[in-house]
Design a protein around this ligand. Structure first.
Ligand SMILES: *Cc1c(COP(=O)(O)O)cnc(C)c1O
Length: 412
């Protein structure tokens, strides 16, 4: 079943050499890392950027006149500029550094407390990660707004006809992920944004899962808010971004008070700093921001078209091989999906499969994938999820298939 002769858009073996962790062993077997939807591995260039910062120019930013502080500030702001270019954002002040997607979503949800009124509606989807559900529930509880849930079909695709019916003049916000972390479905966000804007509401797209696979053009999308976590796209943990249109970011109140986010402070009144600093209270993850810029350079050098093409080959191959296993069901069978496969084998708990394949060096995710409402929709406790990145190989898929077959044999 090996597919040595498949023509791939780049030399995977040479890419793998950029990732030190990929040559380690786990439980005596070569690591097969298939949990990329939870976090990606980091290339040496990103690791080096972190070491370089702390070794050579560690200082606090935006404050000191001294040389190190200026070097750190320049590097951090250059990273913001790289992010701006990458996402094709009009102005760098529309990019807020956050600790990740969760922080970014909470920032927006908190800001809308002063905007929403009783009876207004917020629409989320059945496909969402908990971090794109709970902040909106909290928002609705505190404002009296109503949370509506956009349904999906059995394939794990949003019911777009239903969406058109749900949107009304009461709708103030629509929040949907770009790609589902649990199923891999790529959502029709262009259409969602158009329909929502026609109704006069704002859209937030949770791009945490998408950004490793797709390079979104935020101006072309005309989206109001877009979020992303660096750690799922070869960058470090603890850093991410919120993109917001200037008109919206000016309207929202600050999320946290503190240093960095002020113009002038007296006990009578504080005036806030201009964008983006209004939303960047306190000392940020400076090294992380700089290394995020390096991660974007790294991915762009390979090219997102090639990454998508190759990951799609991995997805097709793994899907075909898995479906040959009797009793195996894949959840998330939409036409438009990325390299994430969620599956179960009849009569076997996903956790047991995860445990056995781990003994063979394979890292997959088992459980509800922070998407309990979605698991409830399918009436299952969870799934086994294998998620592929551009540094995975066809050989690793063969290793996975063999291990899953072995687990099935042991457990039935
Ligand atoms: C990972 C993920 C999140 C949460 O991101 P954090 O980096 O943990 O803040 C939110 N939504 C989706 C779709 C995700 O995949």
């Amino acid at each position: 079943m090996m597919t040595e002769n498949k023509s791939t858009p780049f030399d995977v073996e040479s890419i793998r050499k950029d990732f030190p962790i990929l040559s380690r062993k786990v439980n005596g077997y070569p690591l097969v890392y298939l949990d990329n939807a939870a976090t990606s591995q980091k290339p040496l260039a990103v690791i080096d950027a972190l070491v370089d910062y702390y070794s050579n120019y560690n200082a606090n930013i935006h404050r000191g006149v001294h040389t190190l502080s200026q070097e750190a500030t320049d590097a951090y702001e250059q990273a913001r500029e790289k992010i701006r270019v990458h996402f094709n954002v009009r102005q760098s002040k529309e990019i807020i550094f956050t600790s990740g997607t969760t922080h970014a979503i909470n920032l927006v949800a908190s800001g809308f407390r002063s905007i929403l009124q009783k009876g207004d509606e917020v629409i989320v989807s059945t496909l969402e990660h908990h971090s794109n559900i709970v902040p909106w529930q909290m928002l609705c509880e505190s404002t009296g707004a109503v949370l509506k849930v956009l349904p999906i079909n059995q394939e794990g695709e949003l019911e777009m006809n239903e969406f058109s019916r749900m949107v009304s003049p009461k709708t103030k916000l629509v929040v949907v992920n770009h790609i589902s972390n649990a199923l891999g479905t790529i959502n029709p966000i262009e259409e969602i944004i158009k329909i929502t804007h026609n109704a006069g509401a704002a859209v937030l797209i949770d791009g945490a899962q998408a950004c490793a696979h797709i390079k979104p053009d935020l101006q072309a999308l005309d989206v109001d808010f877009y979020t992303c976590s660096a750690h799922k796209m070869c960058g470090p943990t603890g850093v991410g971004i919120l993109f917001g249109k200037e008109e919206w970011l000016s309207k929202l109140p600050p999320y946290q008070g503190g240093g960095e986010m002020i113009k002038e402070v007296t006990y009578e009144k504080t005036t806030y700093a201009d964008l983006p600093h209004k939303f960047e209270a306190g000392t940020p993850n400076i090294a992380g921001g700089i290394a995020y810029g390096v991660a974007l350079d790294y991915l762009n050098k390979i090219g997102f078209d090639k990454i998508a093409q190759y990951e799609n080959q991995l997805l097709q191959y793994a899907t075909e091989q898995l479906l040959e296993i009797e009793g195996l069901r894949i959840f998330g069978t939409g036409k438009n999906k990325t390299s994430v496969i969620s599956f179960n084998i009849q009569g076997i708990h996903p956790y047991d499969i995860g445990t056995i394949v781990d003994k063979l060096g394979i890292a997959v995710r088992t459980g509800h994938h922070c998407a309990q409402p979605l698991m409830d929709f399918y009436n299952i406790p969870g799934t086994v999820r294998a998620s592929f990145a551009f540094y995975n190989t066809f050989h690793e898929i063969d290793v996975l298939i063999k291990a899953v077959k072995k687990a099935k044999q042991m457990l039935t």
